[in-house]
Design a protein around this ligand. Structure first.
Ligand code: FAD
Length: 423
């Protein structure tokens, strides 16, 4: 008698979910159902380049369905999972229920405002394509508005961009906005000099890029400053209003405030009756399983994996990918009644771009800075892009942008009557 297929349900086809899919793809013992509320896999590390008009959305996203075309045992459904019934072993989405033998929660994280929910409406976050396009629209519109006003003094707050959070995303955004305004679009305007644009990066802690070494952090600060970015450290934000950002000793007037300061577990994770940390990340054991259910796994940004560690694993794509592959193999070993060693993270290092030809990259004891760091960054971000077409189009967009100093995607889709630069 042939063994019954096991049904593996994966919620979320991001970095982690995709690796589970790939590990179990085309294995006849498994029926795989993937449910995602987006129809595409998104390469989040390059979102800031869409936000700053260097790349187009299609360069960094690919329909999940097209990635899995060749995987005959994989079914994709477009749905927002709203609940899980662990007793019945069912997930709930769009008035559907689906049962599972194994469940993988790979729902990622969402922007966190550290208890200041009202800041969400005053700032722009960067977590998905919609966010990136909102930032791009806001930046382009604010220049158009300033050009209409035609007076720098009166448009100061339009031409001052504030980024809160000095991690890699904040650094990359600050460097990229400075580059866009001080170089790329400078010759395009007549009434304003976009070179007078101010970019301020605010960090609450004593230094930016705190996951990097002191020397990389210091290098990045100096490089950003030389590119015209004001870097404020030890500067916790006290409030954000429609007119700008309040710090303990200063109020920065700005119409564009970008929030890159923190993340927390997804809405689904928040709701589930499972052990979680303060940031709503689900606590898992050394096999990436929930503490409550042995057939439910949580991977990537949705999980708090801290078993045997001094602090939880960071919310970066290598963690999600390695956990995804591990869980795929763990399920196989369970089915073969074999024992698997606990999950171990292999840290491949950190990297962040500062701007054109400048980045910091740390791989163990190797620290690359400047052009070498940038080349390393370029290589890694191209290799890890999902899909051959994306790799090629991203490379071509970069080469074009690099050679011509022109950004590829600066379209505002609305007509003027629909336009509103945030008041
Ligand atoms: C702007 C930015 C820049 C970054 N830069 C880097 C970097 O340079 N290097 C690096 O290593 N990491 C970087 N990261 C972090 C990295 O992207 C994450 O660590 C990684 O995406 C986590 O993978 P994941 O699979 O856990 O979640 P994700 O990749 O976020 O995927 C989660 C998936 O779950 C889906 N989902 C969520 N909730 C539901 C639900 N209820 N129902 C159905 N589907 C759902 C989502 O639609 C999504 O497809 C960056 C993140 C951001 C936001």
């Amino acid at each position: 008698m042939s063994k019954q297929k096991k049904k593996v349900v994966i919620i979320g086809a991001g970095f982690g979910g995709l690796q589970v899919i790939k590990t179990l793809a085309n294995q006849k013992e498994y029926e795989i159902l993937v449910v995602d509320k987006k129809n595409h896999h998104l390469f989040q590390p390059l979102l800031y380049q869409v936000a700053t008009a260097v790349l187009s959305p299609a360069d960094i996203a690919i329909p999940t369905r097209s990635i899995t075309t060749k995987y005959k045992n994989v079914k994709i459904l477009f749905g927002d999972v709203s609940d899980i019934n662990f007793q019945k072993k069912e997930i709930v989405f769009q008035n559907n229920t689906e049962s599972y033998d194994y469940l993988i929660i790979a729902t990622g994280a969402k922007t966190s405002y550290f208890g200041n929910a009202h800041w969400e409406n005053k700032t722009l976050g960067l977590k998905n394509l919609r966010d990136a396009l909102s930032i791009r629209r806001q930046i382009l519109l604010s220049f158009e508005q300033a050009e209409l006003i035609g007076d720098y003094e009166k448009s100061k707050s339009l031409m001052h961009y504030v980024i809160i959070g000095g991690g890699p995303t904040g650094v990359e955004l600050a460097g990229s906005i400075a580059e866009l305004s001080h170089n790329i679009i400078r010759k395009d305007f007549r009434n304003i000099d976009s070179g007078m644009t101010k970019v301020t990066l605010i960090e609450a802690g004593p230094r930016i890029l705190n996951a990097f070494s002191e020397s990389s952090s210091q290098f990045t600060k100096l490089k950003l400053e030389s590119r015209g970015v004001e870097v404020l450290t030890n500067s916790p934000v006290l409030d954000i209003t429609d007119s700008g950002v309040k710090l303990k000793d200063r109020f920065i007037e700005s119409k564009t405030v970008i929030w890159a300061a923190g993340v927390e577990g997804s809405n689904l994770a928040k709701k589930l009756p499972l052990n979680k940390d303060k940031a709503n990340k689900i606590i898992v054991d050394e096999y990436c399983r929930t503490l409550e259910y042995q057939d439910v796994f949580v991977i990537g940004d949705a999980a708090n994996f801290s078993k045997g560690l001094t602090k939880p694993l960071p919310g970066v794509s290598p963690v999600a990918m390695q956990q995804g592959r591990y869980v795929g193999k763990f399920i196989q070993s369970q089915e073969k009644q074999k024992q698997m060693a606990p999950f171990q993270y292999f840290d491949k290092g950190n990297m962040a771009t500062i701007g054109r030809t400048d980045a910091v990259a740390e791989f163990g004891i190797f620290k690359l800075k400047g052009i070498l760091g940038w080349l390393g960054w370029l290589f890694v971000h191209l290799v890890y892009q999902v899909g051959f077409k994306n790799k090629v189009s991203t490379l071509l967009s970069w080469v074009w942008s690099y050679l011509t100093f022109r950004a590829g995607s600066r379209l505002i889709q609305e007509e003027v009557q629909d336009l509103s630069v945030r008041p």
